[in-house]
Every structure is written in C-alpha cells, then in structure tokens.
Design a binder for this molecule. Structure first.
Ligand code: C5P
Length: 239
C-alpha cells in the first residue's frame, strides 16, 4: 500500500511564485504532488515549475484543463509535456476525437487526465446550461459516459468526484482516478463552491488513486498538521 501522503495532491492556488514556494517548502514532506493550476501558471509561467523542482522531488500536476479544437489541444499538450509533469488535464466535452489527438502524441510519458464534470456543477447548473436528458438527472451516468469516452480516447485517467469514483473504478478499473472536492469532517472552509464533496477516507475507500485537498489544508491553523491528519485518515481507512 502506498503511504497516505502519496495520495494527497496539494493545489498551489496562489498568484505568485513566492507564495507558492512557501507552501512547497512547508508541505513537501507531507504530500505526494503539487498541483499548478491556471492562476499560478498564467502568473508565473514555466519558471515556477523549475523553482518547485529545486525544492522538492514531489511530482507536479499541471492542471491546465485544456479545452479547444483538436489541433490546438494537441499542440498545447505537447508544449506542456516538455516540462515533464506527471499529469496534465484536458476537458473531454467534445468527445473522443479531441482526446485521441492529445493521447496519440504523448512522447514524454506525461499522463493525460480527462475532467469528467467539475465538482462545482450539479444537475441544476447543467439544466440551466441546456442539458436536458436522463444523464443530468443521474450525474453518475453523465460522468461514467465521459469516463468511457476518455478511456476509449487513450487517456490514462479521469478527474471525478468522490460520488462517482467507485462506479468508475468498478466499470473502468484501468483508469487512474483523481478526486477533488475533498472535505475532512474537521475542515473549516468558509464560503464553499464545491458541491459534491466527500471525506478523504470515503474517496480512497471508493478507489481514488489521488485526492486534491486544498482549502482544508491551506486554511487550517497548522497546514502541515492538517496534511498529516489527512494522510493518517487515509491510512487508517485502508489499513
Ligand atoms: O480543496 P479545494 O476545494 O480548495 O480544492 C480546490 C482545487 O481543486 C482547485 O485547484 C481546483 O482547480 C481543483 N478542482 C479540480 N477539479 C474539480 C474541482 C476542483 O481540480 N472538479
């Protein structure tokens, strides 16, 4: 069994390299991967990845959530894979064609994760966006459909909520499952935009290979202790 801390991905949801490196230095021994998302990557560019690597050997998850026409996706993915992150995310709204473009040209071993459905969206939001059929009444059907498309397209894994992870691992066990929307019972997150949340223990018991835990760690009085507490919860739930 891998150590509890290796399940944890900490998102560097900050705008500057200085702030990001403060968290990297603080948490490098207590989490498995650091996630660099749009805010930090757009603010600081690829240099921030090099700076993180100078501090830690922890993996980097480049969460760019690429979404464009196939040729642009392919070129953007190739550019991102030059930095050798462990994972890059793509959206799969346009069906398997677009993901094939990305998956086929993957020289560097970076794994492609497809976003199934953002955990900030629920059935009501999707209905307002014009989705109307049974798939939005039962979000797990919607997510499983997208996970199948991602698998057929050659993606290595999916980002999915803790509510769907066990279904995905049952139906598509070869896919890596990465689960955001994690809230330990003790976490104090103010105004929360995450809608389909689960605890770390429930996510890994459901089969999540990685969990993204941001604000419950970042907003804790002692972020390092909070990360350790999450890792312990994971280990005791699996052990
Ligand atoms: O734990 P917390 O809610 O603070 O985590 C926020 C992070 O989770 C953000 O970096 C966001 O991009 C990420 N996230 C994600 N996929 C989702 C929902 C959130 O990667 N479906």
């Amino acid at each position: 069994m891998k150590p509890g801390k290796d399940y944890i991905i900490f998102p560097l949801d900050v705008s500057s390299k200085e702030k990001a490196l403060k968290y990297v230095t603080m948490l490098k021994d207590d989490i498995g991967l650091f996630k660099v998302g749009l805010e930090l990557f757009v603010s600081e560019g690829p240099a921030v990845l090099k700076a993180i690597r100078e501090i830690t050997g922890a993996g980097i998850f480049l969460d760019l959530k690429l979404h464009d026409i196939p040729e642009t996706m392919r070129r953007a993915f190739l550019a991102a894979s030059e930095y050798r992150p462990e994972f890059v995310t793509v959206h799969c709204d346009q069906g398997e064609g677009i993901l094939k473009e990305v998956a086929l040209k993957n020289p560097g071993g970076t794994k492609i994760l497809a976003v199934t459905l953002l955990t900030s969206l629920n059935s009501q939001n999707l209905s307002r966006l014009g989705y109307t059929d049974d798939y939005i009444k039962d979000l797990s059907r919607f997510v499983l459909l997208r996970a199948r498309i991602a698998k057929e397209a050659g993606c290595h894994g999916v980002v999915c909520s803790g509510h769907e992870v066990s279904l995905i691992k049952k139906e598509l066990p070869a896919l890596i499952a990465l689960t955001p929307g994690i809230r330990p019972v003790w976490s104090v997150v103010g105004k929360d935009d995450q809608k389909r949340i689960v605890t770390p223990a429930d996510a890994v018991k459901g089969g999540a290979d990685y969990i993204v835990v941001g604000r419950p760690i970042r907003d804790a009085d002692d972020p390092k202790a909070a990360a350790r507490r999450v890792a312990e919860e994971i280990e005791s739930s699996l052990g």
